[in-house]
Design a protein around this ligand. Structure first.
Ligand code: NAD
Length: 500
C-alpha cells in the first residue's frame, strides 16, 4: 500500500482536497501521496504558530529541556538512518551512497550540535555598569516569533534542520514549507517532533506549491522571520516581499563554485575530487564545484584524465550502492539541462563526454542526464555563468594564479570554491576567493560546527556553526537604574552640559 502523508498543523494531521503524487524520478513509481495544501492551510498554520508563541509554553521551557527534546529527535532519526536514507533516495533520486551519511547523518549531527550549544548559549548576559548613572545593563536573547522555513528538494532534510533546529532551540514557532517534489523527510521530522512531545502549534508543516502557498507564507504579516533555501530568483522575491514589514531573512541561494587545480596539485587526486565536487548528489547541489579551472600548461593531461575517470562513473538506479550518479528530479529540470547543452554548443563549447540523455532499457523510465564535461569554455559563456543544477562540469584554463583567482571571483555567486595544491600555496589562494566555503584538497565538507552560506547573490546570513542560534533571536538591551530617581541621573546626561 502506498504511504500517505497529511500536513501537520496545530498538532493535528490535516488533509486537503487535493493530493500530490510523489513518484521516484528513477522509475516513476508511486512512492507516496501527500496532501496538497492551500493558502488557507498557511493561514491556519501561521495562526497556530502565533498562538503557540503567545501562549509561551515552548519559549518558557528551560533551554536545557528544549535541547533535550532536540536530542531525542536526533536520536530517533539516527536510529532510522537506513530507512530514511532509502526514502530520500526513492523520493529525489540522490544516491544511497550519500543519503545515509550526508542527508540523514549530517542532519542528525546538526541537531545534536545545536542541542549542545543551546546549553552553553548566553541567553542572558550582564554587561558592564553604565556610568555615570550607575545603571545595570543586561542583554536578553529571546525568540523572534513565527518563523517561516521554506526548503528545496535537493537536500531536503539538512536544509530543513538548519532552520527548524535553531529556530526551535531558541523558542520560536515554525511553519515549514517543504518543496512539492520532496516533502517526505520534512513530514517524517514532524512525526518525530510530535512523538518527542513538542507542544501543538510550535512546529507546523504545510505542503504546497511555491506559488501561491510558499509566497503566501513568506509574505504573511504574522511571520517575523523567513529562512529560505532555493533559487536566487525566489530568494530575491522573498527579500523584496520582506522589505515592507522589515522582517528578518536568511537566504541560501544558488552557486557556481570555482574549483582551482594548481600546477603543483596531485593531479589524480584533483581529478577524482573534481568529479566528486560536481557530480555528487547528481550535480543537484548548490555548493557543487561546477567550474573547473586548470593551468593551461597541464590542461590536456588533466582533461584526458578527467574524461577517463568520468567514463567510469556509474549512472543508474540510485538505490544501488555502486551507483555514482542517479536521475534528475523531474522532466522539467532534465529538459532545462538539455537546453543548456544546446546553449553551450551554440556558444562554442566542446563536449568532452556526455552531453545528452542516455539511451537503454534502464533509462526508459525516469529522467536522466549523462555525466557531462564541456571544454573550450570561457567564463563569459552562459554555461560558465548560470547554475545548471545537474551533473555538468565546465573546464576553463588559466595562465597565472592571479588569473585563476580573477576568473573564480568573476561570478554573481559566492557559495563555494575549492583549491587543489600544496597546503600553504592553496591556503593563500583560498584566502583570496569570494565564497562562503572554500575547501582545500577536498569538497563538500559541511560540518555542524562551521557556518554555511554565501557571499554575493548566493545568500544572506549563515546556517550551522557556532552562531546558528543568533540568527533566530532578537537581542534586547535592558538598563536598570538602581540609584533612585531620574532627576540627577538620566536627564543629567542630556541636559547638564557639565556631564553631556
Ligand atoms: P525554488 O526556489 O523554485 O524552490 C525552493 C522552495 O521555494 C520550494 O519549497 C518552492 O516551493 C518554494 N517557492 C517557489 N516559489 C516561491 C515563491 N514565490 N515564494 C516562496 N516560496 C517559493 O527552486 P527549485 O524550483 O527547487 O529549483 C530551481 C533552481 O533553484 C535550481 O535549478 C537551482 O538553480 C536552485 N536551487 C538551489 C538550491 C540551493 O540549495 N541553493 C536548492 C534547490 C534549487
Amino acid at each position: 500500500m502506498t504511504n500517505h502523508y497529511s500536513m501537520y498543523i496545530d498538532g493535528k494531521w490535516v488533509e486537503a482536497d487535493e493530493l500530490y503524487e510523489i513518484r521516484s524520478p528513477a522509475t516513476e513509481e508511486l512512492i507516496a501521496t501527500v496532501a496538497k495544501g492551500s493558502v488557507d492551510h498557511v493561514d491556519a498554520a501561521v495562526a497556530a504558530a502565533k498562538d503557540a508563541f503567545d501562549d509561551g509554553t515552548w519559549r518558557r521551557t528551560p533551554p536545557a529541556e528544549r535541547a533535550a527534546l532536540i536530542n531525542t529527535v536526533a536520536e530517533k532519526l539516527a536510529a532510522r538512518t537506513d530507512e530514511l536514507a532509502a526514502l530520500q533516495t526513492q523520493e529525489n533520486g540522490a544516491t544511497i551512497r550519500i543519503t545515509g551519511a550526508l542527508h540523514v547523518g549530517l542532519s542528525v549531527g546538526q541537531l545534536q550540535y545545536l542541542a549542545a550549544i543551546a546549553e552553553q548559549y548566553q541567553w542572558e548576559t550582564a554587561g558592564p555598569a553604565i556610568e555615570p548613572i550607575a545603571a545595570d545593563g543586561i542583554v536578553v536573547r529571546e525568540p523572534i516569533g513565527v518563523v517561516a522555513a521554506i526548503v528545496p528538494w535537493n537536500i531536503p532534510l539538512l536544509t530543513t534542520v538548519w532552520k527548524v533546529g535553531p529556530a526551535l532551540v531558541a523558542g520560536n514557532s515554525v511553519v515549514l514549507k517543504p518543496d512539492e517534489h520532496a516533502p517526505l523527510l520534512a513530514l517524517e521530522l514532524a512525526r518525530e517532533f510530535e512523538a518527542a512531545g513538542l507542544p501543538p502549534g510550535v512546529l507546523n508543516v504545510v505542503t504546497g506549491d511555491g506559488e501561491p502557498v510558499g509566497a503566501h507564507l513568506s509574505g504573511h504579516p504574522l511571520v517575523r522571520k523567513v529562512a529560505f533555501t532555493g533559487s536566487t530568483a525566489v530568494g530575491k522575491s522573498i527579500l523584496r516581499q520582506s522589505a515592507d514589514s522589515v522582517r528578518q531573512v536568511t537566504l541560501e541561494l544558488g552557486g557556481k563554485g570555482a574549483n582551482i587545480i594548481l600546477d603543483d596539485a596531485d593531479i589524480d587526486m584533483a581529478v577524482d575530487g573534481a568529479l566528486f565536487a560536481c557530480m555528487a548528489n547528481n550535480g543537484e547541489a548548490c555548493e557543487a564545484g561546477t567550474r573547473l579551472l586548470v593551468p593551461a600548461s597541464r590542461k590536456d593531461e588533466i582533461v584526458g584524465k578527467l574524461v577517463q575517470r568520468a567514463a567510469t562513473l556509474k549512472l543508474g538506479n540510485p538505490l544501488e550502492p555502486t551507483t555514482h550518479v542517479g536521475p534528475i528530479i523531474s522532466a522539467t529540470q532534465r529538459d532545462r539541462i538539455l537546453d543548456y547543452f544546446r546553449i553551450a554548443a551554440d556558444e562554442g563549447a566542446t563536449t568532452a563526454i556526455g552531453g545528452r540523455a542516455p539511451c537503454g532499457p534502464e533509462f526508459e523510465k525516469g529522467y536522466w542526464i549523462e555525466p557531462t564535461i564541456f571544454v573550450d569554455v570561457t567564463n563569459d559563456m552562459r554555461i560558465a555563468r548560470e547554475e545548471v543544477f545537474g551533473p555538468v562540469l565546465v573546464v576553463l584554463s588559466y595562465d597565472s594564479v592571479d588569473e585563476a583567482v580573477a576568473i573564480a571571483n568573476d561570478t554573481k555567486y559566492g557559495l563555494s570554491a575549492g583549491v587543489w595544491g600544496s597546503d600553504e600555496r592553496a591556503l593563500a589562494v583560498a584566502r583570496r576567493l569570494e565564497a562562503g566555503s572554500v575547501w582545500i584538497n577536498n569538497w563538500h565538507i559541511i560540518h555542524p560546527a562551521y557556518p554555511f552560506g554565501g557571499y554575493k547573490e548566493s545568500g544572506l546570513g549563515r546556517e550551522g556553526g557556532p552562531h546558528a542560534i543568533d540568527e533566530y533571536v532578537e537581542e534586547k538591551f535592558i538598563a536598570l537604574d538602581r540609584s533612585g530617581g531620574i532627576e540627577n541621573k538620566a536627564f543629567a546626561i542630556v541636559i547638564d552640559p557639565a556631564v553631556g
